[in-house]
Write a protein that binds this ligand. Structure first.
Ligand code: G16
Ligand code: MG
Length: 215
């Protein structure tokens, strides 16, 4: 029986990938190489430092650890300048409605995101109150596909993993959910997310009845 719903942020609640893309592209330009939208697909759900390593690999550039810290900091400054302008109308279709339906049905809710900026984004979207627990990149040391972020979410909600369902748009996130022993609803392409128990295009397609059918 599902008692708790855990949500990824980027790609599930809101499309922040477009802002990450502009910020990484700007950084790449400053270093003298191009970064395409196709390249950006490789960074979805990936932590900031791991994303930087992929960017540097694309550009064929080597940097010291200290230089990498500075570059990640600079990228984050670009990114924060965008997300601090976000508005609630950027919430993906159906996300707010499904969170409300969960609350009405007495299901516990948690955020499980790799982002260290999750609180800023939820504040801008005015969604904080709809989450009983928020686990983000400031609470975790192991990136998805490690199950840490979702196990911490379940713990914060005092829910057993077998009673949890995770909503994820990234392959590594689906793997993390399954490794945590949870159900998983994939959001996006069935080619990439085929290990999920159910695949939908977005939360606008999700109903509470479908949660019962997962089991
Ligand atoms: C998100 C994005 C990733 C980003 C990561 C860390 O993950 O999908 O592209 O690199 O967060 O973000 P930040 O630089 O803000 O700490 P998620 O888990 O919300 O899909
Ligand atoms: Mg995501």
């Amino acid at each position: 029986m599902i008692k708790a719903c855990l949500f990824d942020l980027d790609g599930v609640i809101v499309d922040t990938a477009k802002y990450h893309f502009i910020a990484w592209k700007q950084l790449a330009r400053e270093m003298g190489f191009d970064f395409t939208e196709q390249d950006n697909e490789r960074l979805k759900g990936v932590s900031r430092m791991a994303s930087l390593d992929i960017l540097l690999e694309i550009g064929g550039v080597t940097k010291t650890e200290q230089e990498k810290e500075e570059l990640a900091h600079r990228k984050n400054e670009h990114y924060v300048s965008f997300i601090t302008q976000m508005k609630p109308d950027e919430i993906l279709p159906g996300a707010r409605e499904f969170l409300l339906a969960c609350k009405d049905a007495g299901l516990a809710t948690a955020l499980g995101s790799a982002s260290k900026n999750a609180m800023t984004i939820l504040n801008r979207l005015e969604l904080n109150d709809l989450f009983d627990a928020i686990i983000d990149g400031t609470h975790t040391s192991k990136a998805k596909p490690d199950p840490e972020v979702f196990l911490k979410g379940a713990e914060a909600l005092a829910a057993d993993p077998e009673n949890c369902v995770v909503f994820e748009d990234a392959e590594a996130g689906v793997e993390a959910a399954l490794a945590a022993g949870m159900y998983c609803v994939g959001i996006g392409s069935s080619e990439v997310l085929n290990k999920a128990h159910l695949i939908i295009e977005g939360l606008h397609q999700m109903t509470l009845d479908q949660l019962e059918n997962l089991q």
